[in-house]
Ligand binder design. Structure first.
Ligand code: ZN
Length: 155
């Protein structure tokens, strides 16, 4: 199993109902082996769901210089003008908390693509997962759930 030291969040910069199969096709069109993200959270008939992308034991293709020890999660949609809807958080936050729990990570190891430099990768001019996406708020939501999961496990 790969050693994982961070989770990266992205947006698809496309309609929120385009899911993993469409993204897989885009990435194949770029000449990649297939979808570069490990998970995709997307909106199916008004309900937000999490789908598998690339296998977790394979390095993804989502942040330049930061793929070998990270997991890439893509939230479908565009978030430069407005924040993701609550229903998207309701699917994204548990997914990130479970991935952090499984890999022994704290919530501060959740990064947005635009924060690549904080992780130690080359800086990116991208706003991904969107200028209106509050990453500190996301980390706080993940932290609260992760803490609850750890307490529950000890009961
Ligand atoms: Zn991205």
């Amino acid at each position: 199993m790969r050693e994982i030291d961070a989770l990266f969040v992205h947006c698809s910069d496309a309609s929120d109902h385009l899911g993993p199969r469409v993204i897989d096709r885009w990435h194949k069109d770029r000449g990649w082996s297939g979808i570069g993200y490990h998970r995709v959270v997307w909106c199916s008939e008004g309900r937000w769901v999490a789908s598998d992308g690339r296998a977790l034991d394979q390095a993804g293709a989502h942040v330049a210089g930061a793929n070998s020890r990270t997991i890439g999660v893509c939230l479908a949609g565009r978030y430069d003008q407005e924040a993701p809807p609550q229903a998207a958080y309701d699917a994204l936050v548990p997914l990130l908390a479970v991935l952090a729990f499984d890999h022994g990570l704290e919530a501060d190891r959740v990064f947005g693509h635009r924060e690549a430099e904080l992780y130690g990768a080359p800086p990116t001019p991208k706003t991904c997962p969107g200028s209106a996406f509050d990453l500190d708020d996301l980390r706080e939501r993940v932290r609260v759930l992760l803490q609850a999961m750890r307490v529950a496990e000890l009961r």
